[in-house]
Design a binder for this molecule. Structure first.
Ligand SMILES: NC(=O)c1ccc[n+]([C@@H]2O[C@H](COP(=O)([O-])OP(=O)(O)OC[C@H]3O[C@@H](n4cnc5c(N)ncnc54)[C@H](OP(=O)(O)O)[C@@H]3O)[C@@H](O)[C@H]2O)c1
Length: 372
């Protein structure tokens, strides 16, 4: 990485030459009638030709894979004069990202929601890192912060904007909820993210930099009721429009889709408390349909899901942010976490009938769905 793109190209070309030599040897092995140097005036049997064609296709695929991988390893230089702004740095991915990128040499501006979060982060980072207090749902606050960032970064502009702040809101079956239950996650995760982006965009355009939106596998598959999933689906839509609109300005836009990670947001105790508070105020009709032991049964399901899916290593998400910030060719989407890579994202490409089958199997059974 430190050796820069040229060193990388030389290593890449050496590998490529090696690969071509090996291919030639394999072909020679498979078809000894063929001289080394391939395809010079020797007629081949039909099956021989077919075999060679298949082999070339295979080689082409390997080459494409190799080039794709190689392209992903090319890095930008001069990290130390680049400013990045991250929201939601009090805890979780945001805090780890602020610490990691500060250590790496970026000029980090970390937005925290609380004074205590900001103090704790300051205590663990270098003097280069600046914290600002920011509630992404407060439009005036966002405007003032963008003005402060503009003065701070000057002509350099903003290399990276990482939209990370988010809340879970209430997760519960849809017919338990009111429209108010949807408001908070949509305000924070969607409108907050859009407003921060719109205010910072001129600075990112100036640096021909990067916007990184932290979405979720919940932006690809709807597996639970509440405002979180609609907010993340909308983030994906906003992300894609932004990516295409910013292309002409040389601004890369990437979306990160983490699976389930152990952070404050995913704390099962907190989400169960919220669900219980809603359950207490449900009508007797709904309680009868779902059954008095519904919460208990859904808790044991939640335990199984949590133990089989939960990722403990938050750095997997920060590595995706890192690639999106420092690669010469950032990806448009990053899946983070084993569950996201092996289950959620592949499932999101499957037919709806299969998605419904697998996701419904994970739902808690209702006691009397016909008692309506
Ligand atoms: N953990 C997961 O399993 C998971 C999976 C997929 C996606 N994500 C996404 O990852 C992002 C980070 O979440 P996390 O898991 O790291 O959870 P987290 O530790 O709770 O971090 C969320 C951060 O956002 C801050 N925040 C909340 N409301 C805010 C507001 N109105 N304005 C500004 N900041 C606000 C929180 O501040 P306080 O700590 O002071 O409340 C906290 O610092 C979120 O967008 C989340 O949707 C998480």
């Amino acid at each position: 990485e430190e050796r820069g793109p040229h060193a990388c190209s030389i290593t890449g070309l050496t590998h490529l030459a090696g690969l071509t030599r090996v291919t030639s040897d394999i072909l020679q092995e498979l078809d000894p009638s063929q001289p080394a140097g391939l395809g010079k005036g020797v007629s081949l049997s039909h099956t021989g030709k077919k075999r060679r064609m298949l082999l070339w296709v295979l080689v082409l695929l390997i080459l494409c894979g190799f080039l794709w991988n190689y392209k992903g390893q090319l890095k930008i230089t001069d990290i130390t004069d680049k400013y990045i702004f991250i929201t939601g740095c009090d805890s979780g991915f945001g805090k780890l990202a602020a610490k990691t990128f500060d250590k790496k040499g970026f000029r980090v501006i970390a937005a925290c929601l609380t004074e205590s979060g900001s103090r704790a982060l300051k205590a663990e980072t270098s003097e280069r890192l600046h914290t600002v207090l920011l509630d992404v749902t407060d439009a005036d606050h966002v405007k003032r912060t963008a003005q402060w960032v503009k003065n701070h970064v000057g002509e350099k502009g903003l290399w990276g904007l990482i939209n990370n702040a988010g809340v879970l809101g209430v997760l519960a079956p849809t017919d338990w909820l009111t429209v108010e239950d949807y408001r908070e996650p949509i305000e924070v995760n969607l409108f907050g993210l859009i407003n921060v982006t719109l205010n910072m965009l001129p600075l990112v355009k100036k640096a021909r930099g990067r916007v990184i939106n932290v979405s979720s596998i919940g932006g690809r598959l709807a597996f639970v009721g509440g405002g979180y999933i609609p907010s993340k689906y909308a983030v994906e839509g906003f992300n894609d429009c932004l990516r295409r609109d910013m292309k002409a300005f040389g601004v890369h836009v990437s979306c990160i889709e983490p699976g389930l990670f152990k952070t404050e947001l995913s704390d099962p105790v907190k989400s169960t408390e919220k669900k219980l508070a809603i359950w207490k105020h449900l009508s007797p009709d709904i309680k009868q349909q779902y059954g008095e032991d519904y919460i208990e049964k859904s808790l044991s399901k939640l335990k199984v899901t949590t133990t089989s899916f939960l990722n403990m290593d938050l750095s997997l998400v920060v590595e995706c942010m890192d690639h999106a910030l420092t690669s010469l060719f950032p990806k448009t989407r990053y899946a983070a976490g084993k569950d996201a890579k092996t289950f959620w994202i592949p499932l999101s490409h499957m037919p709806t009938v299969l998605q419904d089958f697998l996701l419904l199997k994970q739902k808690t059974e209702l006691a009397n769905p016909k008692a309506v």
